[in-house]
Design a binder for this molecule. Structure first.
Ligand code: MLT
Ligand code: ZN
Length: 907
């Protein structure tokens, strides 16, 4: 297909107004039948009506005029779908502009989880005592409503939906949809079946429709709207899950929806909101309007069995989905190239709202490490893409649900909120949401409204285009010259020597950057602008200025290289580290390690500064950064010599040394935790988990030994470890003990476990064993849907591949079983695409790179994984070079500095 092939888009001259939809799934047979009558508006003379369907058997169709004095039927013929799922209804004669009723009867297969992807109208199942229970449910975003009923399956065709669903009458089965129930008719259309009629929806896009036929139970609470009116919020789960877990989700759901109503000053427009935990679910969650669906592990949480990290994730996912009720559902992107308007906002808002509703959990503090730093990694590659990116083929639509849309999107929104100021920003957001309510918007529409709000002092479109319409981000280079700091900018790449053509971007990879800074003389942040067309920016300071910190709290989406000024940081961080905020310390660590990895600065100052910093650091966020950066180095160094001497050993000594102080202080005891996770010693649970995990990862002996002890107490005495450390106990305990019999016991636990979060932890634990024979067998067992649900299989493979003993095994298995994977998930599955970079990220040899190229050549069609292949090749190419160039430098630093300094430090 050429770049300009637009034949996958529907013509705009026929618009749906109302879908009257009847669906009758037969749960046990795995089929469904349906009928849809679509009220359409034809706006010009024509003889075809084009809409979407995929995999449906359309058995009959009629087209009738609507609203005339004497309506009449028009003779039609119905064509088969094209490769882009578009089919045409052709009329014998030209039809005139006006309203028509298009009715189609059809039947189809419920996509079975063991055969195909969990998309469209599909069936999920679970074991309820001796019985298998089926749930028919839907996942339509971005292009899968067409698998359930013929429709105009593009986000700009908003219409109303009147839905009728049929469900069995046995076992408390019932139906759910976006709206409230207005009628249930028993024994209709047949004995022992029930037909449920739902109220008509507001105008919405097809991808937000949702239908669930299920036997689940629920918990309910009322939430308040703007004028004190109330609406019910319910959480549904299978009967295997406890009420306590639904209750947590319910409280968070109510708090989040009330928070957004107040912030946007716009009511939630539907009469009810349901949050549903589905046993088989392709992504994390899906924001269907009024009927939000989740993976069980992303909704159901309880304090006694799940960890503080689980709690964070669940809260963020709930807050993310509920932000979509406005960003996405009320105001919808006009086309998928603006996906960030949905996902960037939902991601940013989830941190903001979670931070408000659970203030002690400090969600916003985690934003940089969990969101921005992850976006940086992808966006520092040549294979990155702009936030606003043309969709070149239909597979790309689903592949846009990536780190760039979500995480870079969220990061630039956060930066914008800051430079505009929250009051002005949220007022403008409220205007935007009101103006485009029930309509579609583009990035430019948002920027125009923000422009009106800020007046002439900033040019929002000009600023934001540099961040959204070209890939990548800048590094600011700082040079001190007497009483000035001179700033210049350039594009930051993970390999500073990588070549690219600046004319590929009309902004030539320059950005209009909000520069903020503090100094030792003035700790109130100052904001100045670095225009993309300016060569440099000069900051004047007085002679008593000793240091300057740019990008205060790392709100800006850029890096800073202080050049020779890193020397002043060495002193500052050695003697007065807390002069800088937690966020600034985390920022410095992230910039330091990334600049060194890219060869912008030497590892010498980086490792020296981090040594001084980390031996005194007690906060979770800088440690999360350090742990992630250092584990990457550790893995690469070890992977480079997988068959030779342990090259990482010197880095291991260094890693073990810097974690030593805090490791001794944090201990293993979570029982002294006060409410909201800060213990009596002032050490919070998050830092404790981070440290214990890091110490295990760098194989600190005392740590592994203790993990092994707790592991055996669990396995043999049934003494449950504290939920916060279960994941690391299961994994490193298994690694340390590594015994086949223990693995088998654990495997039985895994099979019986019904708590979804706990099950994930045991699944990870099983991946920790050293024996490749057992790991190999584990992969085979995991391909069985009744052992590992197909939704979890990718994670299972990634877990095994992250075990150094499993990396090659998984790579071989994936290559040998690619056709199995393709059949099970289809190439359009974005998670299949993401598997490749995930399982190859630690490769460091030319042989592996060649194997990757050969594999891609053998299967040239990458579907939604095309970008991921490019990304994976770029990463491995970089790894090879990094090991060659950097490993000797790190070793030199270790011998020349660390061995001496650490000794004198200890004296
Ligand atoms: C979301 O971002 O809320 C969903 O993950 C979207 C999706 O799965 O399609
Ligand atoms: Zn989302």
């Amino acid at each position: 297909m050429t770049d300009s092939d637009e034949s996958y888009r529907l013509p705009e001259q026929v618009k749906p107004i109302l879908y009257d939809l009847f669906l009758h799934p037969k749960l046990k047979e795995g089929t469904f039948s349906g009928k849809v009558t679509i009220l359409i508006d034809v706006v010009e003379d024509r003889n075809t009506i084009a809409l979407h369907q995929k995999g449906l058997n359309i058995t009959s169709g009629t087209l009738i005029t609507h609203g005339l004095e004497q309506d009449y039927e028009i003779t039609i013929s119905i064509g088969p779908p094209t490769k882009y799922d578009i089919f045409a209804i052709s009329t014998e004669n030209i039809i005139k502009p006006g309203l028509y009723q298009l009715s189609l009867e059809f039947d189809g297969k419920l996509n079975r989880d063991d055969q195909k992807d969990l998309i469209g109208f599909y069936s999920s199942k679970y074991q309820y005592y001796e019985e298998i229970r089926y749930i028919a449910t839907t996942k339509f975003e971005p292009t899968y409503a067409r698998l359930a009923f013929p429709c105009f399956d593009e986000p700009n065709f908003k219409a109303e939906f009147s839905v009728k669903l049929v469900c069995p009458m046995e076992n408390s089965y019932h139906s759910l949809s976006n709206m409230n129930i207005i009628k249930t008719e028993k024994n209709k259309p047949e004995e022992n079946l029930m037909t449920t009629t739902f109220a008509k929806t507001v105008p919405m896009s097809t991808y937000l429709a949702c239908f669930i036929i299920n036997d689940m139970v629920s918990s309910k609470m009322m939430a308040k709207g703007l004028n004190g009116q109330e609406f019910p919020v319910s959480v549904y789960s299978t009967k295997l899950q406890t009420k306590e877990k639904r209750q947590f989700a319910l409280h968070m759901g109510v708090k989040a929806i009330e928070y957004y109503i107040k912030l946007f000053k716009i009511d939630y427009p539907l009469p009810k909101l349901d949050l549903v935990a589905i046993p088989d679910f392709v992504s994390g969650a899906m924001e269907n309007w009024g009927l939000v669906t989740f993976r069980e592990a992303k909704l159901l949480y309880d304090d006694r069995n799940n960890s503080i990290i689980d709690k964070r994730t669940v809260v963020e996912v709930i807050c993310h989905e509920l932000a979509h009720m406005w960003f996405g559902n009320l105001v919808t992107l006009a086309w998928w190239n603006d996906l960030w308007l949905n996902e960037g906002f939902a991601t940013f808002m989830s941190f903001k709202s979670a931070n408000e509703i659970l203030p002690n959990q400090k969600h916003m503090e985690q934003f940089s490490v969990n969101v921005m730093h992850k976006a940086f990694i992808i966006d520092a590659k040549l294979s990155s893409h702009p936030i606003i990116h043309n969709v070149k083929n239909p597979d790309e639509i689903t592949s846009f649900f990536d780190e760039i849309s979500y995480k870079k999107g969220a990061s630039v929104i956060r930066m914008m909120e800051h430079f505009i100021g929250p009051d002005v920003f949220y007022n403008a957001i409220s205007i935007y949401l009101n103006k485009y309510a029930y309509l579609n918007a583009e990035s430019a529409d948002l920027f125009h409204i923000l422009q009106d709000a800020v007046g002439s002092k900033l040019n929002i479109t000009a600023i934001m285009d540099t961040w959204t319409r070209q890939e990548g981000f800048p590094v600011i280079n700082v040079r001190k010259s007497e009483n000035t700091y001179v700033l210049t900018q350039k594009r930051f790449l993970e390999d500073s020597k990588a070549r690219y053509d600046p004319s590929k971007s009309i902004y030539e990879y320059r950005w209009t950057i909000p520069i903020t800074y503090i100094t030792n003389r003035n700790e109130t942040p100052t904001l100045i602008w670095f225009d993309k067309d300016a060569d440099e920016v000069v900051i004047k300071v007085d002679e008593r200025t000793k240091w300057i910190k740019l990008n205060v709290n790392q709100v800006g989406y850029y890096r800073v290289n202080y050049g020779e000024e890193w020397e002043t940081y060495k002193e500052l961080l050695r003697h007065h580290p807390t002069r800088l905020s937690i966020a600034d310390r985390a920022n410095l660590l992230d910039d330091l390690f990334s600049l060194a990895a890219a060869d912008e600065i030497s590892y010498f100052p980086v490792l020296t500064i981090s040594f001084y910093m980390l031996i005194q650091e007690y906060h979770a966020v800088p440690w999360a950064v350090a742990s992630s950066k250092m584990k990457t180095i550790y893995t690469l160094l070890n992977s480079a010599t997988a068959f030779g001497p342990h090259a990482g050993s010197y880095f291991q000594i260094f890693s073990q040394r810097i974690v030593d102080n805090i490791f001794k202080d944090v201990g293993w005891n979570f029982d002294d935790s006060m409410e909201d996770d800060v213990s009596l010693t002032g050490i919070d649970s998050t830092v404790r988990v981070t440290i214990l995990e890091f110490a295990c990862a760098v194989e600190k002996r005392e740590c592994l030994k203790q993990a092994g002890r707790i592991f055996m107490n669990w396995l043999t005495l049934n003494k449950m470890p504290h939920p916060n450390i279960r994941e690391l106990i299961y994994y490193y305990g298994m690694r340390y003990i590594s015994d086949e019999d223990n693995w088998r016991v654990m495997y039985e636990y895994f099979k019986d476990e019904t708590d979804p979060l706990e099950k994930n932890k045991i699944m990870k634990g099983l991946a920790g064993i050293k024996s490749t024979k057992i790991l190999d067998n584990y992969i085979k067992l995991a391909t069985n849907e009744t052992v590992v649900r197909s939704q979890d299989f990718f994670q299972c493979l990634i877990n095994i591949s992250e075990n150094p003993d499993g990396t090659l095994l998984v790579w071989d298995w994936v290559r040998n079983n690619w056709e199995f994977l393709q059949n099970r998930y289809s190439l359009n599955n974005r998670y299949l695409g993401q598997l490749i970079p995930a399982i190859t990220k630690s490769f460091t040899t030319k042989t592996k790179l060649e194997e990757m190229n050969a594999f891609f050549a053998k299967y040239p069609d990458a579907g939604a994984g095309a970008d991921n292949r490019k990304k994976a090749l770029e990463t491995v190419t970089r790894n090879i070079k990094w090991v060659e160039d950097m490993a000797p430098i790190i070793k030199d630093w270790f011998n020349e500095w660390f061995l001496k300094e650490d000794k004198s430090f200890n004296e």
